[in-house]
Ligand binder design. Structure first.
Ligand code: ZN
Length: 185
């Protein structure tokens, strides 16, 4: 049995959300079983980045917490405390929860990426290439972003609402809005 090369492990971890059949195309030297066992082994091996703060059994209570939560190459699963490059597949497979419900449950803003920095960078590069090649058009992307923003579920984390309320009170927007009348006439 050949040892896994660093590049192979990297390809595997960055693409761990793909079905194993697709991973076999990216890793032509590996069998289905080899890839499956390696994924299991890596799952048990993914350790916390040294400087990262663990939010397992802790609450996310501010936007600063969110920044800290998404700032490392691996991101922590708040359901079980393990660390991954990409969370959604793990959430679905192991905890039977989707990304939207996960964000609501842990009070994360709706647009919080559920992937580590390295993974996000790789996908940004991939997406830019598709745009460059004309395969993905900007307008479609904008539509998709708008749609996901207003999808209805999990729009704002509670601490975001607090901040919004403060801003509204501070700015007294009802005095400026032509649609609201103050007092009786
Ligand atoms: Zn988990």
């Amino acid at each position: 049995m050949k040892n896994w090369a660093t590049e192979e492990v990297e390809i595997l971890t960055l693409n761990c959300h793909l079905p194993i059949a697709d991973l076999m195309k990216l890793l032509p030297r590996r069998s289905y079983n080899a890839i499956y066992s390696k994924i299991r082994a890596l799952d048990d091996n993914n350790i916390k980045p040294i400087q990262a703060k663990s939010f397992f059994n802790e609450k996310i209570t501010s936007l600063a917490d969110v920044d800290e939560y998404i700032k490392y190459d691996l991101i922590q699963c708040l359901e079980c405390g393990k660390w991954f490059p990409f969370l959604p597949v793990h959430l679905n497979r192991i905890h039977q929860i989707d990304s939207i419900d996960y964000r609501i449950k842990h009070d994360l803003p709706a647009q919080t990426p559920l992937a580590g920095v390295k993974y996000r960078e790789m996908h940004r590069a991939k997406m830019n290439k598709l745009i460059e090649d004309g395969i993905v058009v900007h307008e479609h992307l904008k539509d998709a972003i708008e749609k996901s923003k207003f999808a209805g579920r999990g729009k704002r984390a509670t601490y975001e609402l607090d901040r919004q309320r403060e801003n509204v009170t501070k700015n007294q927007i009802w005095l400026k809005s032509p649609r609201t009348k103050v007092g009786h006439k």
